[in-house]
Structure formats: C-alpha cells, structure tokens
Design a protein around this ligand. Structure first.
Ligand code: URA
Length: 218
C-alpha cells in the first residue's frame, strides 16, 4: 500500500472515519511497519512529545509490529538514547533473558516506552511529559492492535491509564484498556527494579509465565 493512500486513510481517521466499505479484507490491511514509520516521522516532525529538548532525540518502539503483546516501559535511559532503541541497556538485557526463559523471543514481541526521549538524569517523567507523549503511544498501540499490553512498572501504568498503583500490591492484575475493549493491560515490575531487588526475580518470572499463558488464552 502506498504512502499517499496511507496518508489519506490517516486524515480520514482523524475526522472519525475508521473503516471504509470493502477495505477490511486481510490482504488489503495497511502495512503496520509503514504506519509505524509514518507515526515516528510525525512524532519527530511535530515535537509535541515534550522532553525532546536537551535529550539525544526520540527513541521509538521496536520489534515485531504483528506481536500479540506490547511491553511498555517508562522512558529511554542512557544506552537507549545512544542506540535509539528501547530496552537495550542492562535492564533490557535482563528482560530479554526473562522473555527467553518463558519461550518468548525479543524479536517476536514489540517494546516501547511511555515517553519517547530520555528525561534528564533518568528522572521519572512528569505527568505533563507523559500526557504529551500519550497520543503517540496510543496510536502506536492502535496500529499494532495487540491482545495484551504489559506495563513494566507503576510509571508505565500511570502514563498509559492514569492510575497510580503500587506494583507490589497490583502486579499480575489485568486492567481494561479504555480505548479498545479487545486489549487487556497487565502490570508487572520494571526490570530495573528487579535488578535492584533480586528477591523480586521469582515473582517477575511468574508474571512472565502468566503473560505467556494469557497470550495463548486471550
Ligand atoms: N527503562 C525504560 O523504562 N525504558 C527503556 O527503554 C530502558 C530502560
């Protein structure tokens, strides 16, 4: 599908037209990879996702656009800023190991962040910063249409759903995704938290197993 046609579809979508009669057959479904590339171009051009100034630029999501699961982190760190890919530092390597332990490969899943550029000194992004990036995250999810969104840590949940809940109490819980009833939201620890608190490793592994099961069931 060519870019011009995609741009037309996007303009229609912006005025509330989401389906065109005769355009629902599988073969004609828009190419998710191209749509994600276009979204990244839009994010880079609009610069509405604040925090951009002073950072090394935007770090967009990465992975398989047809994945049934999207992992959502907080914000890129130093290594992610350098490589322009999410979760490629220490926490990312740990996450990869855990994915493999339950039979999921990193390249099979899609990984992204609530905010798309690195906060100064790796501080937690503010509500305003998260809100400014939310339309891009929502659009990213809308393109991928996964079965499951996995929030890695309480900041990811707060950024995505506006709920501020302690992970220790609410991990493993499923939430509704208010913008699409077919998508569920699962909360677990942030991998960096587990690295700092090795006693949480067992629970994180349990959550990963549950994610794998949910993907087979949902
Ligand atoms: N932590 C995050 O939340 N996201 C990354 O991409 C890396 C570390």
């Amino acid at each position: 599908m060519d870019r011009k046609f995609l741009a037309t579809l996007r303009s229609l979508e912006e005025i509330g037209i989401n389906e065109i009669y005769g355009f629902k057959s599988k073969a004609e479904e828009p190419d998710k990879k191209i749509m994600l590339e276009d979204l990244f171009k839009r994010l880079s051009a609009e610069k509405k996702c604040i925090l951009y100034e002073g950072s090394g630029g935007y770090v967009f999501g990465d992975g398989n656009p047809d994945s049934p699961v999207v992992f959502v982190g907080e914000a890129p760190g130093e290594e992610e800023d350098r490589q322009k890919k999410p979760f490629v530092g220490k926490a990312g390597r740990y996450l990869n190991t855990k994915l493999e332990e339950v039979g999921l490969k990193r390249e099979e899943v899609y990984i992204t962040n609530v905010v798309k550029s690195r906060p100064p000194g790796n501080r937690k992004p503010t509500k305003e910063e998260m809100m400014s990036c939310l339309p891009y995250l929502r659009k990213e999810i809308d393109i991928i249409k996964p079965k499951l969104l996995v929030c890695l840590g309480s900041t990811a949940l707060e950024g995505l759903l506006g709920k501020s809940l302690p992970v220790t109490k609410h991990r493993g819980q499923l939430f509704e995704y208010p913008y699409n009833r077919n998508i569920k939201v699962f909360l677990t620890y942030h991998p960096a938290y587990v690295l700092r608190n090795p006693s949480a490793d067992k629970e994180f592994t349990e959550d990963m197993k549950r994610i794998k099961e949910l993907l087979e069931r949902l």
